[in-house]
Design a protein around this ligand. Structure first.
Ligand code: FAD
Length: 348
């Protein structure tokens, strides 16, 4: 059923074999996102909308439901990629083709309007852009698009097939992921907190950029607001903005623990947290680690009111190790653990 405010996009796959539905079920089923529909169809539910694949007289019909054109576009791209990966000879005929050459619906040209320091080691960059509403829902993060220095900017565009065409070669954009620390879509601004780790292009950009500069953003994406009655959050500086945003949005009766690893005392920040959540700062300078601190947490009851969730974001190698460890231990249920790699240490 379509509800008020929802947008739909219909597509046809006249030559699709029935095995496509099974393939979709297997791909999304591995993430607990797929369910079977009567008649051999598959319904995929993701944070940003729903996709149904229904066997038709000739081939298959696809329907996407989402709340914004940006989400509809991202799901359309996901369906097209999935179908082409299954059989390169298949393509979806959409009832609303996109105009080739336009900017993708999830892309904005933003302007830097202010810079401040939310705490030692960070720069807060305030951006303004048109129509930021979709960036305030269904996803906490975006990609910052930094053009190559000393060249005219080439922004992404949409192909006739409705796919994003990314500038390549010398025009390629640097596109790191950042958390939207706070956003006011009505006033038309958002803040990004950039950790100055000292080695990256984005750190350099944040230090040098002046109000008035133009930058691209694409999103939102990469995980929605965590909602659980009992939450355990752990991460390093790159996860600080996400943890702070989750804690500030948590209901006052939320319970749990949060731990943030920073270099030292001067890198701690003021974060408004619900009274039932204990925030612990870990100091790298004293040899403290996320892994050791996570071993000390009080395990929440499996039937905690509002559910329980363990959320970890850190460097890739550590994230991989922790993901395997929690899967092996089995103390948290499937769907109760999120372990994300927020950066990759290229020196290991
Ligand atoms: C969902 C998500 C949300 C994120 N949110 C934020 C955020 O809000 N704020 C934020 O600051 N970061 C955030 N990050 C992390 C950020 O995207 C990475 O740190 C990214 O590598 C930064 O790009 P860069 O241009 O600075 O460096 P890159 O060009 O990616 O890398 C250059 C060099 O810097 C090193 N490097 C990258 N990150 C670090 C680090 N943290 N410490 C030490 N060395 C590093 C790399 O190993 C490499 O050698 C987020 C990542 C994800 C996936």
């Amino acid at each position: 059923m379509i509800r008020a405010g929802e947008l739909t996009l219909n597509g046809r796959l006249p030559d699709a074999p029935g095995a496509l539905a099974a393939h979709v079920g297997a791909v999304y089923g591995a993430h607990d996102m797929a369910e079977s529909l009567p008649g051999g169809g598959i319904l995929v539910t993701v944070a940003t909308g729903a996709i149904s694949f229904l066997p038709a007289e000739a081939g298959m019909e696809v329907r996407i439901i989402a709340v914004s054109e940006a989400d509809l576009f991202v799901l359309r791209e996901a369906v097209s990629s999935l179908v082409e990966a299954f059989d390169a000879g298949l393509s979806v005929i959409w009832d609303r083709p996109l105009v080739g050459g336009a900017y993708p619906p999830n892309f904005r040209i933003a302007q830097v309007v202010a810079k401040s320091r939310p705490g030692a080691g960070f720069l807060r960059i305030r951006l303004t852009a048109a129509h930021l509403g979709p960036f305030a829902v269904n996803g906490l993060h975006l990609r910052l698009l930094l053009p190559p220095e000393g060249r005219g900017v080439v922004w992404p565009s949409v192909s006739d097939q409705g796919r994003t065409v990314w500038p390549a070669g010398e025009d390629a954009l640097h596109n790191p992921v950042y958390t939207i620390r706070s956003i006011d879509p009505v006033a038309g601004w958002m803040d990004l907190d950039i950790y100055l780790h000292g080695r990256g292009r984005t750190c350099h950009w944040a230090e040098e950029v002046a109000p008035g500069a133009i930058v691209g953003i694409v999103g939102p994406g990469g995980g929605d607001m965590l909602r659980a009655g009992h939450m355990v959050l752990a991460g390093d500086e790159t996860a600080l903005p996400a943890i702070a945003r989750i804690l500030e949005a948590a209901p006052q009766d939320a319970k749990g623990e949060a731990m943030i690893l920073v270099s030292g005392l001067e890198h701690q920040q003021e974060i408004a947290i619900p009274p039932g959540i204990c925030l612990r700062w870990l100091h790298r300078g004293k040899g403290e680690t996320l892994e050791a601190a996570l071993r000390d947490i009080a395990m929440p009851a499996a039937d905690a009111a509002g559910g329980r969730h363990l959320w970890i974001a850190t460097e890739r190698t550590e994230a991989t190790r922790l993901r395997a460890e929690y899967r092996e231990r089995g103390s948290w249920g499937r769907g109760e653990v999120t372990v994300a790699a927020y950066w990759t240490d290229t020196d290991v």
